[in-house]
Design a protein around this ligand. Sequence first.
Ligand code: MN
Length: 295
Amino acid sequence: MNVVIVANDLTLEKIKKHYYNDLDLTIKVPHAKYVFLANDCKITVYNSNKIMFQGKEASAHAALWDSNVKTKDNSIVNLSFDEAIGSDEVGTGDYFGPVVVCCAYLNNELKQKISTLMIADSKKLSDQQICAVAPKLIEVIPHEVYLLDNAKYNVAQKKNNLNAIKAKMHNYVLVRLTKTIKHKVPVIVDKFCEEKNYFGYLDYSKEIYEDITFETKAEDKFLCVAIASIIARYHFLCAFDTLSYKYGVILLKGASAKVDQQASELVKQFGFDVLEQVAKVHFANTNKVKAILNK
Ligand code: MN
């Protein structure tokens, strides 16, 4: 799908900032100033300030910058709800460290208060940027956090799949936060599974928050979700540092071969059970660690 918008200079500056990690210098397009390759979208900025979005997520990206653009399902991606709650999770791709879910409430007044802070999807901010911004957000933004440490995660994971764990965590924070907001507001969850599965996972939950809009890439589309992801990431980073300190090694993020190596060193020093305390043991990394140790 192709979507074309025309941006003014201010919007163009914002677009440049937003996608600057995705700048691609290898592609030459005639009459184009910049080409960005975001995950599912190629974005070409022409000298004329016309911007072409191409790919599966073209309309979702274009809708970020032009409110007239409709998304695939024909609903306008509304970046400017007067108020809303957004919910997101982090840590699910990292072998070490907890899973953290956060939901955050935002309205126009709060938006004003945080207008000077640099806010983007937490995946686009460095750890230092997260640590600079998050404490200020935590101070002013009503939010709820659920941090599931590795020991508890590993127990839960034996009975639940990852999406079930996520659903229960999102539900937990949403039930709590919506109770503190006296009236009903839109709730957006960054979509990680089909809606009917989400509620299926909650079948035996005591209380279920039901009125939810599930959006893919919601952290790119909704400020309240972006804020939730930043606060969640901040808690993840703090817990990660605590683990690093406790085991005397600066743990690595992600799930790469270097992580396997580091985990095998930890096992040599502290025994195999250490993984239950620091890692998500159902990851394929655990078998790779065993293979390293059996060499
Ligand atoms: Mn997410």
